[in-house]
Design a protein around this ligand. Structure first.
Ligand code: ADP
Ligand code: MG
Length: 539
């Protein structure tokens, strides 16, 4: 569909029928569905190029201009934020349901009849879905790894997909499935297999710009059972303009001034050591001489700790941040089992392990380049989301189009008993569900009709868990460990029907004149659309 031109290719794509606009979006996305989905290259306004086959990212990055295309985009975004997966599925279903509706209309059915029929069909399908689902036994159910893997199949090679699932589950188990206690960090340099899950908090020293000179001192590399003090303000001697403007008349005054500075530094260092702190985390900068003096007294000074990390450390270690070193007492300090300096890739980090107040974990993800490291992080984030979604609902279904195939077969069987025209709508709905296994077969390079027919045959013979395998041929999804949270397909189907209903009820897209005082941002781009597509990239 990309690069293709249409008759009404006059650059004014708002004139397009609503159904056509949404259908074209579905066409563009279809080729990315499943483990064999192709990548899309999305070119941004400033020339940035993103290559991905993640449907949600593509829809998000495409600058969709047609108002109906935007309805589909919103549905996809809602699907993504609700369950974190199933976006492409939802968009493909929208395309197929609209195609079905177009056929039904040409057979003389009124849009209202189609809308009502689709409504009944989706209710029936969702009820029937319960027969396909299985319960997750516990948080340690082996099926969770399969679910995590299925969610990201095709995004990386198979060996890495196993590793992603493994990292995801070990991290989730480390924080007892409470993701608010988990930090994801990606570091360019190194390989995926060097990624690791650590119990504790990791602070990047590069972003905190801590003096590495001090830290390189071997005596400060690792502290066992350190006492942590935290200061939420700059640590140094106050030398604002007031002091600068003092004219130092002679050597005596100069040395008195230097003495004052020295005394103040000593006071600060004494205050820190008196509190018993062996690690001092400061949210702002620490005077260089103070830093050196602290290091000499075996106190590790860390400056410019990021605000979010600072807050996490305070909670996890039980330290109370103070606004000034002068206020610091033993009561304000916290503790951890160990603090270690560690180099990850090219980044210096500080690892605080064994936090007493809050069990925390950090996933340190590695990738050769910043782009790879970021993609690894997105994949892991998706694995984590899908695992949580599966646990929330505690049910899963076979993937690879096994469920839409089973539902399609049921609906078409049911339709035979419907006496009125709704029968045709049920058949149309059933055919639209088949778009999922068909598309998976097409994308894997096998004949969609042949694959669908033999898949259905195996369902007829009693194996309802058969779907389209990664090689494009029918296989039992449960045996192959291709599993998904029930909620992913369920909401994708419900959202698709909701947006299709909305579109079918639209008779026409009306444009207001340019000097109309409309505030709808959608109109801003209306006339800049390129190529007759419902969307355009890079304007
Ligand atoms: P979505 O944005 O809808 O999640 P994906 O590109 O992730 O789109 O594809 C999801 C579809 O691919 C689902 O139907 C899922 O069951 C199927 N799928 C995932 N992994 C496999 C696999 N290994 N073999 C066959 N189908 C798979
Ligand atoms: Mg997916």
């Amino acid at each position: 569909m990309l690069g293709e031109t249409t008759d009404d290719d006059d650059g004014d794509d708002e004139q397009k029928a609503p159904q056509t606009a949404a259908g074209e979006l579905a066409d563009a996305i279809r080729t990315t569905l499943g483990p064999n989905g192709l990548d899309k290259m999305v070119v941004g306004e400033n020339g940035t190029v993103i290559v991905t086959n993640d449907g949600s990212s593509i829809v998000e990055w495409m600058d969709i201009t047609h108002p109906v295309g935007r309805l589909v985009e919103q549905a996809a975004a809602a699907q993504d934020s609700a369950v974190g997966d199933g976006t492409t599925t939802a968009v493909v279903l929208v395309g197929a349901l609209l195609e079905g509706a177009a056929r039904l209309r040409s057979d003389g059915l009124h849009p209202t009849t189609i809308v009502e029929g689709y409504g009944r069909a989706v209710e029936t399908a969702v009820d029937r879905l319960e027969q396909c689902e299985r319960d997750l036994r516990s948080r340690h159910d082996d099926r969770l790894a399969d679910i995590a893997k299925t969610a990201v199949t095709g995004r990386w090679d198979d060996a890495s997909t196993d590793r992603f699932a493994e990292l995801t589950l070990s991290a989730l188990q480390a924080v007892e499935f409470d993701t608010s206690k988990l930090t994801l960090k990606s570091y360019p340099g190194g390989e995926l297999r060097e990624s690791a899950c650590l119990d504790g908090v990791v602070v990047d020293l590069e972003t905190s710009s801590t003096s590495l000179e001090t830290l390189r001192d071997p005596t400060t590399r690792s502290h066992d059972n350190p006492t942590i003090a935290m200061v939420d303000a700059e640590i140094g001697i106050e030398e604002p303009n007031r002091i600068e403007s003092v004219e130092l008349q002679n050597a005596t005054q100069r040395s008195a001034f230097q003495d004052h500075e020295q005394d103040r530094r000593t006071e600060l260092v004494t205050q820190v050591t008196r509190s018993g702190a062996t690690v001092l985390l400061c949210q702002k900068s620490i005077d260089e001489a103070v830093r050196t003096a602290l290091a000499q007294r075996d106190v590790l000074p860390v400056e410019r700790t990021r605000r979010d990390e600072f807050d996490v450390i305070a909670r996890a270690t039980g330290s109370t941040p103070v606004m000034s070193v002068d206020e610091l007492t033993e009561d304000d300090t916290g503790s951890v089992e160990s603090v270690t300096q560690r180099t990850v890739g090219t980044t210096q980090t500080l690892v605080l392990q064994g936090c007493p107040e809050e069990q925390r974990a950090s996933l340190l993800l590695r990738g050769g380049t910043p782009h790879v490291a970021d993609e690894v992080r997105r994949i892991i984030a998706d694995c984590i989301d899908v695992t949580r979604v599966a646990l929330d609902d505690a049910t899963y279904v076979p993937g690879g189009g096994a469920v839409p195939t089973a539902l399609a077969m049921d609906l078409s069987a049911l339709s035979r008993g419907i006496p009125d025209r709704t029968q045709l709508v049920f058949d149309g709905f059933s055919a639209a569900l088949e778009a999922i296994p068909r598309t998976l077969a097409t994308n894997a390079g096998t004949d969609p009709l042949g694959t669908l027919t033999s898949t259905k045959q195996r369902h007829d013979n009693g194996t309802e868990t058969v779907g389209v395998g990664p090689d494009g041929h029918p296989c039992d999804m449960t045996d192959a460990g291709i599993l998904e949270p029930t909620i992913v397909f369920k909401t994708a189907l419900q959202r698709a029907v909701a947006v299709v209903t909305q579109i079918l009820r639209i008779d026409d897209v009306m444009q207001t004149s340019a000097d109309d005082r409309t505030t709808d941002a959608g109109h801003d781009h209306a006339h800049t659309a390129a190529g007759g597509y419902p969307w355009a990239v890079g304007h």
